[in-house]
Design a protein around this ligand. Sequence first.
Ligand SMILES: [Zn+2]
Length: 157
Amino acid sequence: MELEQARQYVADMQKEQEYERRRHRPTANDNMESEAKSMIRVWTFWCDDCQEDFRGLAFKTSHQLFGATIAVYRCQCPYCDKWAVRHITHRDEDFYFYKSSKIRKDRNMFKNDMLQPDDLGFRNCYGRPDLVEENRRVSAACRRYEAELDKGFHPVI
Ligand SMILES: [Zn+2]
């Protein structure tokens, strides 16, 4: 009986340890922060004041906010000396991706290739491919009609 109680105690303790291990495991943001280098020679930034993209030496800065790790790369703008920031963690909140003209240009590079028939601008690029067959049929009928006119037949209307 005592052996059974001891086994149950050990099983409960192991279960509790496993629960604690899972509770304290590093989050994805913690992993991103720990894997990021403390300094990067060249990284792209966006300066709000100059409205310019620039590349420069980036330094990592980490903060703790309510237990969450927030890490950013900082770089000084070469034109106005203001500090620009890029997120290492929480990348979905990095405004660089919304503001940078370089990113905007990259996104629109293949815009015309990706146009779908219902999209605005499709007809300007590709015309009306759905009417090509119909146009061919109509022009063939016109040619036949003109050929009949040349032979002397007159249409009956
Ligand atoms: Zn600037």
